[in-house]
Design a protein around this ligand. Structure first.
Ligand SMILES: Nc1ncnc2c1ncn2[C@@H]1O[C@H](COP(=O)(O)OP(=O)(O)OP(=O)(O)O)[C@@H](O)[C@H]1O
Ligand SMILES: [Mg+2]
Length: 257
């Protein structure tokens, strides 16, 4: 099984964006690119982990197109609304070093978005065919996942920290994915920020209660904290940083890199 389209989800603040950024970097370093990184969080910051500037979001484009007809002069003459939207979506793909990035931004304003959402979904499907991997960093609320706007997912990485509540949250995401019949071939739990990379009996019991498959543990790593508190891109972490080493091992085990 090759996991081409990977989504990352879990409770707020558990480390989804940090780990997604590192995963994208591993894929590029391993020559597994090109990668399409999708930042599906309205409070987007995946670009910062990767050290990239992000200006325009899909939400901005969608907003613009949705109101274009009202404002009259936004769509160039002779172009249909659909073609204009597709053009603007392509322009919103940010180019990084070895990867491209789409920032979803805020999702809904006033008015009906069904029409533009439909096109967005199609265009994402078409666009993602150009990449070896599509990696999606979700917001804690899972809006895009649950609306299916990201298309098919091959691997869902559930990220939790070292607490019962966030393992329970990961359990709920798994149940939601099942209820929505997303048919995700593999869903696994990664416990992040574990002191010395170890889990207690009680945490292990909670994982069992939630019927989650534990695929790896990542230690609490002061380097991650240092880089984030000084605004340095996490992809520049030293290779021997404990969190980086642990995530790399997990990705190798899953045969992703
Ligand atoms: N292994 C780790 N060791 C130490 N700190 C970590 C580790 N992983 C993440 N962090 C810290 O946890 C905080 C939250 O990380 P991050 O923003 O990646 O989480 P998130 O799940 O994407 O959050 P949100 O739900 O707000 O999008 C950050 O300050 C980050 O530096
Ligand atoms: Mg995040």
């Amino acid at each position: 099984m090759s996991y081409r389209r990977i989504a990352v989800a879990g409770k707020g603040g558990t480390g989804k964006t940090s780990l997604t950024g590192m995963l994208i970097d591993f894929l590029i370093q391993a020559g597994k690119g090109p990668v399409l990184a999708v930042d599906a969080d309205p409070n987007s910051n995946l670009n910062e982990v990767l050290g990239m500037e992000a200006d325009e979001t899909i939400g901005d484009v969608r907003e613009q197109v949705n109101w274009a007809e009202r404002e009259g002069n936004v769509i160039p003459g002779g172009m249909s609304k659909t073609d204009f939207f597709k053009l603007r979506l392509n322009q919103a793909v940010l180019e990084g070093d070895g990867y491209d990035m789409l920032v979803m931004g805020r999702s809904q304003g006033e008015g009906c978005y069904c029409y533009v959402n439909g096109i967005l979904k199609n265009q994402l499907e078409i666009l993602s065919d150009n990449y070896n991997h599509v990696i999606i960093d979700n917001e804690a609320g899972l809006e895009h996942l649950s609306r299916g706007s990201m298309g098919k997912i091959d691997l869902l990485l559930l990220i939790s920290d070292y607490s019962h509540r966030s393992i329970q949250a990961a359990g709920r995401v798994k149940v939601l994915a099942e209820e929505l019949k997303m048919n995700i071939p593999k869903m696994g739990l990664i416990v992040n920020k574990a002191p010395e990379g170890k889990l207690t009996e009680s945490i292990l019991e909670e994982i069992q209660r939630q019927e989650l498959e534990l695929i790896g543990v990542i230690p609490l790593d002061s380097n991650v904290f240092d880089y984030d508190s000084t605004g340095k891109p996490l992809v520049q972490l030293p290779e021997d940083s404990p969190a980086k080493v642990a995530l790399k091992d997990i990705m190798k085990k899953l045969q992703i890199i």
